[in-house]
Design a protein around this ligand. Structure first.
Ligand code: 13P
Length: 253
């Protein structure tokens, strides 16, 4: 069965105290309200991972994610955080290749391929992000572009490794802009990506892959997006910073 996942990406928001307050509100809501087939992930800044992990450890469907990881396993790389460090906090997911990291930190598909492999080796579930800019969408080459991101960062994996990867399609033009991809646009891309995965890894792995949508997803549009046959949940930015909105998105399934 394909997993339904709603993941929050807090980005550069919340002090430790604010983050713990938000995580504790979400923990209570998830405990009281969650229908059991949805997996919920909180993508916090590194400094929150351990404390949020402790707070949520007894809630089976609630997991913690880092927002990035180093391409190195250890060594003289000041300021970097390795997959084993993330794993040691109790986090079990890691967001890899967010468009903000690609854009502001020049992350390449090749580096992301290394990060995905390291994450899997450390038993972390990668949430691999892909998505096109407005220019590429307008040129009509968006499917080719996003498929190439997947080819270059994921097609070196074994079938077993690929079966553990979660994909997040986040059109850059929809992130933080209030402009959401229409459910038809999102479904079309998700379907194409699933077919692309099938072309390399076969139908079973493609059918089981969770492909999340991200980009101005909110309580008012989540239901329509999540009702599409190839959309298995969301990666939520702004709306994950408010516990009620985030919970309403989770309950949109
Ligand atoms: P918004 O939901 O704020 O548009 O952000 C989406 C995103 O980038 C999640 O990773």
């Amino acid at each position: 069965m394909r997993k339904k996942i709603v993941a929050g990406n807090w980005k550069l928001n919340n002090t430790l105290e604010e983050g713990l307050k938000l995580a504790s509100e979400i923990t209570n809501m998830v405990t009281d309200e969650l229908r059991d087939e949805v997996t919920v992930v909180l993508g916090t800044p590194y400094i929150h991972l351990s404390a949020v992990g402790k707070l949520t450890e007894n809630v089976e469907k609630l997991h913690v994610a880092a927002q990035d990881c180093s391409t190195h396993e250890s060594g003289a790389y000041t300021g970097e955080i390795s997959v084993s460090m993330i794993q040691s906090t109790g986090a079990s997911y890691v967001i890899i290749g967010h468009s903000e990291r690609r854009e502001y930190h020049n992350e390449t598909n090749e580096q992301l391929a290394t990060k995905v492999e390291l994450a899997l080796k450390a038993d972390l579930t990668p949430i691999f992000c892909c998505g096109e800019s407005l220019n590429i969408r307008e040129s009509g080459k968006h499917e080719r572009f996003v498929s190439a991101q997947i080819t270059e960062s994921l097609f070196h994996l074994t079938e077993e490794q690929m079966s553990k990867v979660v994909i997040a399609y986040e059109p850059i033009w929809a992130i933080g802009t209030g402009v959401t991809a229409s459910s038809d646009q999102a479904q079309e891309m998700h379907k194409a990506l699933r077919a692309h995965i099938a072309s390399k890894f076969g139908n079973t792995i493609a059918d089981e892959a969770s492909i999340l949508y991200g980009g101005s997803c909110k309580p008012t549009n989540a239901n329509e997006l999540f009702s599409q046959p190839d959309i298995d949940g969301g990666l939520i930015g702004g709306a994950s910073l408010k516990s009620r909105d985030f919970m309403d998105i989770i309950n949109s399934f």
